[in-house]
Design a protein around this ligand. Sequence first.
Ligand SMILES: [Zn+2]
Length: 516
Amino acid sequence: MEARKARKRIPMKRSSPEPASEKLYETASFVYFIRWLRSRCLELSFGLTTIRKFKLVPRPSSLLAALLVGLCQLSLGQDYDIEVPGEPPGVPVPKGVTLFQNVRIFDGTSPALSAPSNVLIRGNTIDRISASPIPVDTNANVQVIAGNGRVLMPGLIDAHWHMFMAATPQPVLMTSDASYLHLLAARQAKATLMSGFTTVRDLGGPVFGLKRAIDEGVMVGPRIYPSGAMISQTSGHGDFRFLFELPRKLGGPLSNSELEGVAAIADSPDEVRLRAREQLRHGASQIKLMAGGGVSSPFNPIESIQFTEPEIRAAVEAAENWGTYVTIHAYMPRAIRQGIAAGVKCIEHGHLIDEPTAKLMADKGIWWSLQPLRYDEGAFQRMSPVSQKKALQVWAGTDTAYKLAKKYKVKTAWGADILFDPDVARRHGTDLSVMVQWYTPAEVLKMATADNGELMALSGLMNPYPGNLGVVKPGALADLLLVDGDPLANIKLIEDPEKNIMVIMKDGKIYKNTLK
Ligand SMILES: [Zn+2]
């Protein structure tokens, strides 16, 4: 008996705490499960809302998600619908069909204009191009634009732009409230589109919110390929901290420009990797690293080599794992070579390059995002003495750089890289017309349309606007300008967009039409 009792007691003793802990465990599991289910429901609900709102293509997985959401929402009795504020801007295209009649086309690649043609836009895409009349149902709501022999060309693309900083003076940027600066950037976005630039590759600055607002139709502006924060080493070209902000304790608080997303300071491969991944998390279409000295940053010589090969490679790995690429700011041959060895796909600037390095870029198929930087009295006077000295060095290299780019047939992108200067930003198109020192107008416009469009596509999985950009061809995205005159004969027409660009269309929507 004693033994039996003992045997019975032993299990009793062992099992008695078990139901309690199991119960606790089960309760905890249930709570976790409910929380998990709830969070999944919220995600799915948001996914469904997104599919509905933005008319995304429903896939089997989306439909399954939709079914689950229905069940979840029923069980939780909640609806997390998110309303996007704002009205779509521009003239709405009735039923999404526009016909350009009697236009001569610069298609982005050919050196000559087409014969008089008609171009049909359906939705956000170029549907049909024909020399014969394209019949449209006149009873349907079709917008017809009589071109009267004017020139239809692709919207311009700027491959090196800073929407947040182009037209705002540096002291204002460094001392103002962020919300004010974002409003200025939004104003600049509209001005950029109205200058004929339907796409920009933004090479640094907090523009993720602005891009979203433009894409949602809340604000008016071009397509933005954002890099997000410029990743820089301490004292590098993206380190605009005041001296009293140093030293930063490792892991210590971020500086203001880092918090605002202008720059990200990183000093090891691990930190670079983290910073690159943060930008990708925001939706960066490419990663920008400061890999050498710059004009506007006072604390580094223009000749300085920034980051090390392993640091740059860490960003390259992060970007390539996300299906995109790294581009670097670099003027000097050694900085360019270090970047290429680390796997970058594009060089920004490169004005002080040497001949073997230009040849290396051509051999490796590296993109050269080059700007016609040159002496500008007003801009020069506004610079600090340190920047003036560096600017003169860089400007002196522009002519040689373009000659080498041409000589070795390096894949060359065009960009303006206007910084801190409302006057210069207003003359955006002038940076195109000055290019005729080295190229024909057709070559210049090809660079700023089809070639730059090719560079945009390098963003691969992170391309926010998949589709053909920078060309007038069936199937391409409908980003178009109707120019009053022939820009291949007179590229200076681009300098005065207000007068000479009659129609501006982006993504099939008309944002300007002075022919009505
Ligand atoms: Zn730049």
